[in-house]
Write a protein that binds this ligand. Structure first.
Ligand SMILES: Cc1cc2nc3c(=O)[nH]c(=O)nc-3n(C[C@H](O)[C@H](O)[C@H](O)COP(=O)(O)O)c2cc1C
Length: 180
């Protein structure tokens, strides 16, 4: 199976990108790819008529995926705009888009004790609107995130790695069950 990874941030020290990199190994033989979202234009009805190449490429990759894994920070109690914009692009035509019936799993992280819980809830609300198959699981929120990495941004916290392994394993099974 093929899994697309979507991050909520793209700066050079992005913890979200680092977490996605760290969980690749848990996907075993399955193909994974992290898409770049910070060069997508803002969604516009005008651009949607004749979509820019970069948007077409993004949509094609999502459409060929068996599942999507999101890892994101919380921005002002909600979803970072870069990722919300990408979901908006992928959400058309409404209720019949490439996200319809797509298995999607969510990881949020923060330095705060809430671990991005509000963003996690907002993702679920948004993915309800796209009729995606939201991974039903122990919610995967990482608190005090800056403490889980070593200097190379490898996750050195054993408990977090164990939780991520369990989360990914469960998501792969969830995605298998969702196959037509
Ligand atoms: C614009 C902005 C808004 C933020 N709002 C929140 C917030 O509402 N709740 C929270 O827990 N952290 C908030 N943070 C902190 C980030 O979620 C936190 O630093 C996160 O680990 C960054 O992830 P990243 O390294 O993937 O960018 C905010 C950070 C930024 C830049």
């Amino acid at each position: 199976m093929k899994f697309i990874f979507l991050s909520g941030s793209f700066h050079s020290n992005s913890r979200s990108l680092a977490i996605l990199k760290n969980v690749e190994c848990f996907f075993g033989e399955h193909e994974t790819e992290t898409l770049k979202l910070d060069n997508l234009p803002f969604y516009s009805e005008d651009l949607n008529i004749d979509k820019p190449v970069i948007v077409r490429e993004f949509l094609l990759k999502i459409s060929t995926a068996d599942g999507v894994l999101i890892c994101s920070p919380e921005y002002n109690h909600s979803i970072p705009a870069v990722l919300k914009n990408a979901i908006d692009w992928a959400s058309r035509p409404a209720f019949n888009s490439i996200l319809k019936d797509m298995p999607v799993s969510i990881i949020t992280q923060a330095n705060s004790p809430t671990g991005g819980a509000r963003a996690q809830a907002h993702f679920k609300l948004v993915l309800d609107s796209t009729l995606s198959k939201i991974h039903i699981c122990h919610e995967m929120m990482i608190t005090q995130v800056s403490e889980i990495f070593d200097k190379e941004m490898n996750i050195s916290n054993a408990k977090t790695l164990e939780r991520l392994d369990r989360h990914v394993t469960d998501f792969i099974e969830f995605t298998k069950r969702a196959q037509p």
